[in-house]
Write a protein of this length. Sequence first.
Length: 380
Amino acid sequence: MAMRLSTVVILALAASSVLAQPAPASRPALRWYKGNTHTHTINTDGDSPVDEVVRWYRQQKYHFLVLSDHDMVTPVEALNSIYGAPSTVSGARRPDVPSNPFLVIPGEEVTDKFSPREQAGEAVTGRDLASKELHLTAVNLRKPVVPQAGGSVSEVLQRDVDAIRAAGGFPIVNHPNFVWAFGAAELQGLKNVKAFELWNGHTQTHNLGGAGRPGTEQIWDQVLSAGTLLYGVGADDSHQFRNPGVPGLISAPGRAWIMVRAPELTAEAIVAAMERGDFYASTGVELEDYAVAADSITIKVRPQSRSKYDVTFIGKGGRVLQTMPVDPDLSGSGATGPLRIVAPPAVYKIKGDEGYVRAKIVESNGNLAWTQPVVVPAGR
């Protein structure tokens, strides 16, 4: 449910604080799982068969994949019998034993639209430049969802969200700037939806905005500042697997993903973690830990090679609260062998006037990550 900020403050802070603590002995330990929620195959407009698509993510050591072809649900039982794998039972006792768990989760991209010309009664033939493409991913649904249509962009989105929920799925509103379909006004006040695509790897989704149109990150801050809590998802929206390393492909895999913190790799556990916002979006930055306490937020980057990082904490209205450089220390590295890299944590002290706090991490080669907003009550 898209909740008003004032009603979730205590729950958001408390849940995040609990998740930041070591798990009790009676509960399974939480771990990070890498996954993609937006994937296409030859069944609709992708270029590769389902098994080849699944194999690509399996070989790249993703932990889960949502197959989200347009307006259909691909059965995943047979795929999981071939490519799926649980974690090893040795766990932390034997970190030297390779463990590469993997899960395919059913999904669908509900592919709707809104045409003002059609709404006005015009019989449109040919190209309709005013038409808005309205797409939503349904994660782990029980049955296919028919696009619901509606009398406005907001109504179409809400009707599709409701249909996805009725089918048992977790809805994600996709790529707002694909054909410049909608913005913050249409997202504000949506009910029963908790996530939208903050970063989509398709090269026609205009994540950064342009010519006066806001980018998706600016849209996010507008929605949050207006009082609707949404979490940001990264997804590659992959269509092209034949030559994924070729520059200039419109929609290649591996461009964006989410890291979900959950006790186990099951569809139910992944969706539950997304429902509570225990995940972050990334295009290449990996976090070692992310912890929220009553008075602080701590982010620890897992450094790669000689990269350097800037962690920016952002509040209501998109206001930059603080930027902290993270310059990893390599001085403990030996003359040979792998580098020994130690990165200091970035710790933000909550003051009480932020409205909400989210973090954006920028790596020196351009890779990014975003954490979910933590709501801060006024005068805390």
